[in-house]
Write a protein that binds this ligand. Structure first.
Ligand code: F6R
Length: 249
C-alpha cells in the first residue's frame, strides 16, 4: 500500500488524475469504476483539461458505476449516474454506451444486481477502482458492518450518510433517498488496483482508523489493507492523524 501525502487539494487532484491518465495511456480500453462525492471533483477537472489539450483520451475506457440511489431515474437531479455524466463523462468525451449504470429503477434488484456482477466479470473485472472515504469509513455505500464478501446489492443508508449526502444538493436529509444500490465490498476489493482519495480535516480521524487500527468490517475502508495494489492520496489535513503509516511526500 502506498500512502501519498499531497501538499494541498490541487496537488491531490493532479496526482489522482495522473493515475487514471497513466492507465488510459497504457490500456486505452481498461475497465474503471469512479466515485461521486466532493473529493474527486478536482481530479475530474484536471482530467477534463488534459482531454481538452489532447494529453489523454478517456473515450475508450469502460466504466462501471460504484453506487447510486435506488428508485431514482438517470435524469433525476439526485442520480449519481447523471452526476458523473456532468462531472466527467460528457466533458471528457466518454460515450454513454461505455458507462454501465446500476439498476436503480429495476423492480427486481436482486436479479439485476446479479446481472451487474456478471457484466463486470464479462468485461474482465475492474482494473482501477477509485474511492472516497465516508466519515464513517464506508466505501461506496457499504456502511460499517457490511460483509467483506458482499456483492452488488440494495442497501439501506445510515442516518450519518443521509445527513452527509444532503449537502450535495443543499437540502435536508429528508430529500435523500433512503436506499441505494452499491457495488459490494467483495466486488470493490476484487478490483486489480485501488485509488482512495481523502481530503480535509473531517477525514483525518477515519483515515487514521482505517489505516492504523484493526482491519474490520466495522470500518470498511480498513479492508483495503488486504488488497495487493492500493494507493491512498491524502492531503495534509486528512493525513494529520496518521502516526505509524509510512508515507511518501
Ligand atoms: C460516492 C461514494 C461515497 C463517497 C464518500 C466520500 O460514490 O461512494 O462512498 O466516496 O462518501 O464522499 P466525499 O468525497 O463527498 O467526502
Amino acid at each position: 500500500m502506498d500512502v501519498v501525502i499531497a501538499s494541498d487539494y490541487e496537488d491531490l487532484s493532479r496526482r489522482a488524475a495522473g493515475v487514471l491518465a497513466d492507465l488510459a495511456l497504457a490500456r486505452p480500453d481498461a475497465v474503471v469504476s469512479l466515485a461521486t462525492g466532493e473529493t474527486p471533483l478536482g481530479m475530474y477537472r484536471v482530467l477534463i483539461g488534459w482531454v481538452e489539450s489532447r494529453r489523454v483520451d478517456l473515450s475508450r475506457l469502460r466504466f462501471f458505476m460504484l453506487d447510486d440511489y435506488y428508485g431514482v431515474a438517470q435524469d433525476d437531479r439526485r442520480s449519481f449516474y447523471r452526476w458523473l455524466q456532468q462531472a466527467i463523462f460528457e466533458p471528457a468525451g466518454v460515450p454513454r454506451h461505455h458507462v454501465y449504470p446500476l439498476p436503480t429503477t429495476d423492480a427486481d434488484p436482486v436479479a439485476a444486481c446479479a446481472a451487474y456482477e456478471e457484466a463486470i466479470a464479462a468485461a474482465g473485472g475492474i482494473d482501477l477502482q477509485l474511492l472516497g472515504i465516508g466519515a464513517n469509513g464506508h466505501l461506496g455505500f457499504n456502511e460499517p458492518g457490511s460483509p467483506a464478501a458482499s456483492p452488488t446489492r440494495l442497501v439501506d443508508l445510515t442516518e450519518t450518510t443521509l445527513e452527509s449526502n444532503a449537502r450535495y444538493w443543499g437540502t435536508g436529509p429528508e430529500d435523500v433517498p433512503r436506499q441505494a444500490i452499491t457495488m459490494g465490498l467483495g466486488t470493490i476489493l476484487r478490483a486489480r488496483r485501488h485509488l482512495l482519495l481523502a481530503s480535509g480535516a473531517a477525514k483525518a480521524e477515519i483515515l487514521a482508523r482505517a489505516l492504523e487500527e484493526q482491519i474490520t468490517e466495522e470500518a470498511p475502508a480498513s479492508l483495503l489493507r488486504q488488497c495487493a495494489a492500493v494507493t491512498i492520496i491524502a492531503d495534509r489535513a486528512a493525513a494529520s492523524r496518521l502516526r505509524r503509516t509510512a508515507v511518501v511526500e
